[in-house]
Design a protein around this ligand. Structure first.
Ligand code: PSU
Ligand code: MN
Length: 307
């Protein structure tokens, strides 16, 4: 069907051949989103959570000229311990170059959606999507993740957009692009580390079956693009908006003073916030990723067993 250089792990190949549920996972969150060794623990736990629910995890990364669909524990370990500056952070723009040059690359939300779709996977779990950065009216820094949601048919489960972004502008752009933004189980959009954002959700759904049915209907209508499921972080793990906002503002200040730009912005801010919260932001980040993996596995199951 596709001429793309895909290399499936035996486990993922078998699951897809038997039409069993598979959940795609990104690798930028491992290489550029969290420090070692917590990133490795997170990656392993996410896979475990997905298996326990009855789906197969497929972590995606580019190595040796191929898109790996499903990573061995050795590959996960190797990615997790490689310094961020030695791994390409891949979005739509970089994917082909990385493959053609035989370099190692970690997939962002955008690149993971592209690779998942090529591999025949319809659901993907992550932490938070990229979006419109604060000050984008000057920097024009808007993540390619948003455009990808508009064109690639994969359901992405995230805890909203990362709160370091300009959230109202991010949701506006998604609306313009025609991306369904679905809050899971609440009327308000979550804000990554916090359950509430003060922004009403454009759409709300309360079950994996509804989300699977909406994806099927979109395909029947011939509408391109995916959907974003915004899944609130569990209460026990949240950092409230009033606690995290001053920290975000300090991190943004630091980024500006150091002249951080382009692809480095997101990793830099996450690292600053990690230090400023004494590690609490990372604990929350891991908790929300696990929570998203659980929901994504349930959606993948609902997609393979239409009601
Ligand atoms: N979510 C996280 N941590 C991350 C990311 C998402 O919890 O590190 C990554 C994702 O790969 C996302 C990327 O696609 O950050 C966005 O980067 P940018 O703003 O440069 O598009
Ligand atoms: Mn950017």
């Amino acid at each position: 069907m596709t001429d793309a250089p895909l290399l499936y792990s035996p486990e993922v190949a078998e699951a897809l051949a038997e039409d069993r549920p598979v959940v795609a996972l990104e690798s930028t969150i491992i290489t550029h989103g969290m420090p070692y060794p917590q990133n490795l623990d997170m990656a392993r736990e996410v896979e475990e959570v997905i298996r326990v629910i009855g789906a197969t995890p497929a972590a995606l990364a580019v190595m040796g000229g191929r898109i790996h669909v499903g990573l061995t524990d050795d590959s996960l370990h190797q990615l997790a311990r490689t310094p961020p500056d030695e791994v390409m952070k891949l979005s739509r723009a970089d994917l082909a170059v990385c493959l053609a040059n035989g370099r190692t690359g970690a997939t962002t939300v955008a690149a993971t959606m592209i690779c998942a779709h090529l591999a025949g996977i319809r659901v993907f779990a992550t932490g938070g999507i990229g979006g419109v950065h604060r000050g984008a009216e000057h920097s024009f820094d808007i993540s390619a993740d948003l455009q990808e949601l508009a064109q690639t048919p994969v359901t992405v489960v995230a805890a909203g957009a990362k709160a370091i972004l300009d959230l109202p502008k991010t949701w506006e752009v998604l609306e313009t692009l025609g991306v369904p933004v679905i809050a899971y189980g609440q009327d308000e959009l979550p804000a990554f580390w916090s359950r509430s954002s003060g922004i009403p959700a454009p759409l709300r759904m309360d079950s994996p079956a509804e989300i699977a049915a909406a994806a099927r209907m979109r395909a029947r209508l011939g509408l391109p693009g995916g959907q974003l499921v915004a899944n609130p972080i569990p209460e026990a793990d949240e950092i409230t908006q009033s606690q995290i906002l001053p920290v975000i503002l300090r991190a943004l200040d630091e980024a500006e003073q150091q002249g951080i730009a382009a692809k480095s912005v997101t990793p830099f801010l996450l690292q600053q916030i990690f230090h400023l919260t004494g590690g609490k932001s990372l604990t929350s980040n891991i908790a929300l990723v696990l929570n998203n993996a659980r929901l994504a596995a349930e959606i993948a199951i609902a997609m393979t067993n239409p009601a």
